[in-house]
Design a protein around this ligand. Structure first.
Ligand SMILES: NC(=O)c1ccc[n+]([C@@H]2O[C@H](COP(=O)([O-])OP(=O)(O)OC[C@H]3O[C@@H](n4cnc5c(N)ncnc54)[C@H](O)[C@@H]3O)[C@@H](O)[C@H]2O)c1
Length: 320
């Protein structure tokens, strides 16, 4: 069994990863500053350290714990926020990541890094592979790619192994509305509160933008396979399936109705609005490399994943 540090352990993806590894019998140190993560997401069977990844105290705690692996999920995750606050984005996402890499270097611990295919490749004409040239249109994308380069460079010098996972749009239980697959929880919250939803569209495609939605359990499994990989590498973690925003809305609507919620017409019919500045028309990632080397494939189709997500959100409501 391994000793593992998971940063961002009170967040959406980090907490799902910790739960899985605790279940498998690993010893986990959960780290989070609770800036957006929730204390109730912290697995009570893990050790918890409340701290900022940029601080010396957090590095000291990690060095004391002396993990075999650091799985770095903590980040400032909002693309619009990175545009309005590039300094804070860079501080957390670049300098904070460098702090975590320094710990991995000192300990010769394996470094797993949550990167983003959705943001790094920018507008995709067909489907992006790991060799597709990055096209950076936000400080968030730049900070994630910069971190990737630091990981590669410092790993050459110190000899720790790394696995960089470029997630597409991740959805599932505990997801937050400002994440890269935010629409799933935004539509869900609107429907639960009987509010009308807005779909942002480009004039040439009124069904919305194309995204690649991957279920959080599949992302957790990718991290687990990365943990076991005896090599370094960069992998897209995605489904390769193009889904438009309107399809997501209809799937969420169908699912909430299936679980017995009555939705008035006002909320069941979305309104359409123009795409926002910086919105991508199409983002789609090829996961063949992960399939070949990590032996990873997504297992949960969108309908099933949305059903699980809707059921989870409905169950956590106090009035249900
Ligand atoms: N959700 C997606 O669709 C998606 C897609 C691509 C990449 N990612 C990446 O996956 C990772 C996890 O994302 P998520 O969706 O779970 O986000 P999240 O916001 O739910 O989790 C991030 C966690 O990091 C914590 N955190 C933020 N700044 C911190 C700091 N300075 N020190 C310590 N903790 C800090 C937050 O409190 C939060 O609990 C992030 O690195 C994100 O960039 C997410």
């Amino acid at each position: 069994m391994a000793k593992i540090v998971v940063t961002g352990a009170a967040g959406f993806i980090g907490s799902n990863i910790v739960d899985y590894w605790i279940e498998k019998g690993h010893e986990v140190l959960s780290i989070d500053d609770l800036s957006s993560g929730k204390i109730e997401n912290i697995n009570p069977k893990s050790q918890f350290f409340k701290g900022d990844i940029c601080s010396e105290k957090t590095s000291k705690r990690i060095l004391e714990f002396s993990p075999d692996v650091i799985c770095h999920q903590a980040a400032q995750i909002s693309v619009p926020y990175s545009v309005s606050h590039p300094y804070i984005d860079a501080k957390i996402n670049i300098l904070g990541t460098i702090k975590m890499i320094e710990c991995a270097s000192k300990l010769k611990a394996k470094f797993l890094f949550a990167s983003t295919g959705g943001a790094i490749y920018g507008e995709v004409t067909d489907i992006a592979t790991e060799d597709t040239k990055p096209c950076l249109i936000s400080p968030y994308a730049l900070s994630k790619l910069t971190s990737e380069e630091y990981i590669k460079l410092l790993s050459q010098r110190s000899g720790f192994k790394y696995v960089i996972l470029r997630y597409s749009n991740v959805y599932g239980p505990r997801q937050v509305p400002h994440g890269e697959a935010g629409v799933v929880s935004i539509f869900l919250e609107n429907l639960i509160n009987k509010k009308r939803s807005t779909i942002n569209v480009f004039p040439e495609d009124l069904d919305g933008m194309v995204r690649d939605y991957v279920f959080v359990e599949d992302v957790v499994r990718a991290n687990d396979l990365a943990l076991m990989l005896d090599d370094s590498g960069v992998f897209n973690i995605s489904t390769g399936i193009a889904t438009k925003t309107k399809e997501i809305f209809l799937l969420v609507l169908e699912s909430v109705r299936k679980y017995g919620l009555s939705i008035p017409d006002d909320a069941a019919i979305p309104v359409y609005s123009k795409a926002r500045l910086g919105d991508l028309r199409r983002s789609l990632l090829d996961y063949s490399k992960a399939k070949k080397i990590l032996k990873w494939e997504p297992k949960t189709d969108l309908k099933k994943g949305i059903d699980i997500t809707v059921k989870w959100f409905l169950n956590k409501r106090p009035d249900m």
